[in-house]
Design a protein around this ligand. Structure first.
Ligand SMILES: NC(=O)c1ccc[n+]([C@@H]2O[C@H](COP(=O)([O-])OP(=O)(O)OC[C@H]3O[C@@H](n4cnc5c(N)ncnc54)[C@H](OP(=O)(O)O)[C@@H]3O)[C@@H](O)[C@H]2O)c1
Length: 269
C-alpha cells in the first residue's frame, strides 16, 4: 500500500495542468509532487494543497503511479535517480516527447509497468489530443486510471507505441500548423481591409467552430465542405485556388516530415 496514489515529477506547464486535473479526479490528499525548482514546487503545492516530496526518490517511495513530466533533455537524470527504486506494482507514466519505452527500459526493468503518453499544448485549456501507449505489463485497472486522467484534459486514444511518431507529426506538432493557418487567414482578412484584431478573432473562431461542428456532428470533412460550397460561389472559387496551390499536399507532407524527424530523434536518444 502506498501513502499516495499519484506522484508527479516536474510541475512545469504540463505537470501543473495534470496536477490540477488530478486534484479534481482523485483529491489533493492522494497526490505528492516534486520539482527541482523549489519555488515552483512550493507555490503549486500551496495553490493545489498537495503534499511535496523532498526529492524524486522520496516521491517514488510514496506513490503508486509516478508521472514524469520533465523535459526530454533531463529525463535520464530523473530515471537514473529512481530506476532502481521502482517496484513491480508501481506504474511509470512518461509524457516526455520522443522518449521511447525501450529507452526507459535502460533504467527500469522490462518486466515493470510503463506507459508513454504523447499529448499537446492544448492540454493547458482541457482540449488536448493525447495518445497513450502501454507495455504488456500494465493491467486494465491501471490503464483506466491513466486514461481518465488524460481524458480530463482532452481527447484520448490508445495506440500501439509504433504509431507515436506519427502522433507527434500530426497532433503533437499540429497546434503550430493551425496557428500558422489562423495567422495566414487573418492576414488575408487584413489585406482585404479588416482591422487586425477583428480578423484574428474571426479567423480563430472559424477554426474552432469548424472543428467543433465536425466532431459534434460526426461528419466527414468533405461532406461539410460540400455543404458550404454553393455552385458558382465564393467558397468554391477559393477552394479551387487552394487545390491549385497544393494546400492539401503541403499539409500531408508536413505531417510526414515531422513524423520522420520524430523517428530520427528517437533513434538518436
Ligand atoms: N508543453 C507542451 O506543450 C507539451 C506537450 C506535450 C508533451 N510535453 C512534454 O511534457 C514534458 C514537460 O514539458 P513542459 O513544457 O511542462 O516543461 P517545463 O515547463 O519546463 O516543466 C518541467 C519542470 O520540471 C523541472 N525539472 C527539471 N529537472 C528536474 C528533475 N531532475 N527533477 C524534478 N523536476 C525537474 C523543471 O524545473 P527547471 O525549469 O528549474 O529546470 C520544470 O519546472 C516534456 O517532456 C515535454 O516533451 C509538453
Amino acid at each position: 500500500m502506498y501513502e499516495k496514489k499519484l506522484g508527479i515529477i516536474g510541475i512545469g506547464k504540463i505537470g501543473s495542468t495534470l496536477l490540477k486535473a488530478a486534484v479534481k479526479l482523485i483529491g489533493a490528499d492522494k497526490i505528492t509532487t516534486y520539482d527541482i525548482n523549489t519555488e515552483v514546487l512550493n507555490s503549486t503545492s500551496k495553490i493545489y494543497k498537495v503534499d511535496t516530496s523532498a526529492n524524486n526518490m522520496e516521491l517514488v517511495e510514496k506513490s503508486k503511479y509516478i508521472l514524469i513530466a520533465v523535459l526530454p533533455q533531463v529525463i535520464d537524470d530523473v530515471l537514473g535517480e529512481i530506476g532502481k527504486l521502482i517496484k513491480k506494482d508501481q506504474i511509470i507514466i512518461s509524457i516526455a516527447a520522443g522518449v521511447s519505452i525501450s529507452h526507459i527500459n535502460r533504467f527500469i526493468s522490462e518486466e515493470y509497468q510503463i506507459v508513454r503518453v504523447m499529448s499537446n499544448v492544448a492540454a493547458l485549456i482541457g482540449e488536448a489530443a493525447t495518445a497513450i501507449s502501454k507495455n504488456r505489463h500494465v493491467n486494465q485497472e491501471n490503464l483506466k486510471f491513466i486514461l481518465n486522467l488524460f481524458k480530463s484534459v482532452g481527447l484520448v486514444v490508445e495506440l500501439d507505441e509504433r504509431h507515436l511518431d506519427a502522433v507527434t507529426g500530426l497532433s503533437g506538432s499540429g497546434p503550430a500548423y493551425i496557428f500558422l493557418i489562423i495567422e495566414a487567414l487573418a492576414d488575408g482578412g487584413v489585406k482585404m481591409g479588416l482591422p487586425r484584431e477583428v480578423a484574428l478573432k474571426l479567423s480563430a473562431q472559424t477554426v474552432l467552430g469548424s472543428a467543433k461542428l465536425l466532431l459534434e456532428t460526426n461528419s466527414h470533412p468533405a461532406a461539410l465542405k460540400d455543404k458550404v460550397a454553393s455552385p458558382g460561389g465564393t467558397t468554391i472559387t477559393a477552394l479551387h485556388l487552394l487545390e491549385s496551390d497544393k494546400l492539401r499536399a503541403s499539409l500531408i507532407t508536413a505531417v510526414e516530415a515531422a513524423t520522420k524527424k520524430s523517428r530520427a530523434l528517437n533513434t538518436q536518444k
